[in-house]
Design a protein around this ligand. Sequence first.
Ligand SMILES: [Zn+2]
Length: 401
Amino acid sequence: MLDEKERYLFKRKLDEIKSIKGQHTELISLYIPPDKMISDVMAQLRDEYSQSSNIKSKQTRKNVLSAIESIMSRLRYFKKPPPNGMVFFVGMVGEPPKLVAEIVEPPMPINIYLYRCDSQFFTEPLEQMLETKDIYGLLLIDRRECTIGFLIGNRIETAAYLTSRVPGKHGKGGQSQRRFERLTEIAAHEWFVKAGEKASQLFLEKKNLKGVLVGGPGPTKREFVNGNYLDYRIKDMIVGIYDTSYTDEYGLRELLNAASDDLEEVEVVKDRRLVQRFLNEVRKDSGLALYGEEEVRRALEAGAVDVVIISDALKKYKVKAKCKNCGYEMNGIMEKLEIECPECGASMDIVEKKDMIEEYAELAEQSSSEVAIVGRESEEGEILYKAFGGIAAILRYKMDF
Ligand SMILES: [Zn+2]
């Protein structure tokens, strides 16, 4: 399995590759599984090469042929594929065309052999490797409403929202209290049947469901669960029943919070707790909480960091660039990779670039600090990004700056 940093870097790499667009059908994706003979791949590439010589458009033909040549020349260095196989993404991109050639060694073995030439790169099989398999069903219910959702990896998804016609606790004047109570119980039963059927259907349809969490205010949720309104297979999967004050979408987050002890290993819970720990240190003014790029870097270099917490929304690069026109060189932290020369205004070539998250993760590794890369799905993740600039640390000891 991938650790957080590898997972993050792999995802970002795929995002980059995916965002590249060719003018025509001229970008080549080549998936080579570990057991494939390189000589077989070469033979197919020669075949593709001769077929591509028939492409009508001169420019497209030239681009496709260059891409195939580039793959073949790189393949010569391999006696056999790496342990997990490899994927080539190669093509001429932009105007004037520039060769893009990425060789990706996937984190898990690939089991397809595939050659594809298209106007964009084909990344789906690699993206599938990133999908978290842990899925939980979420169900909130009281007598007024019911929300059904899923926790997928660390993403919360709402699947259905239902409202009931069960009357409130007190009857209108004139109606006998007993009659009112009886009607209310009938309406509640019908409501539970409806909610139970919908939830069972949605949960049973979901593959890889690992468990079900049930929540809501008051005793209704237990009445519902004990009353066997859920399919028995779903009932067997209930991890726990929890108190929440809301039964709408907002309550789904509350539910996860309440269930966090039972879901210790779920990523979103871990991330939230970590940010909460950081916020606690900030509140206590203990001197153990730190944030900001410069501050965290210094603490990392001093080996004082216990955990560094980085938002996955932090998009910054450490860049070395050189002007195409006047040769001016610069180093700096950039948010974009299109840079204008400060001397002459021409566009600059990126000589080197490094993702800031990768940079921090490496610094952390050197001082055996823990790294957590936190998404913006949770409220805490949002706070980390918005209020603390996306980078924070909890220190092992107080530092004097
Ligand atoms: Zn210049």
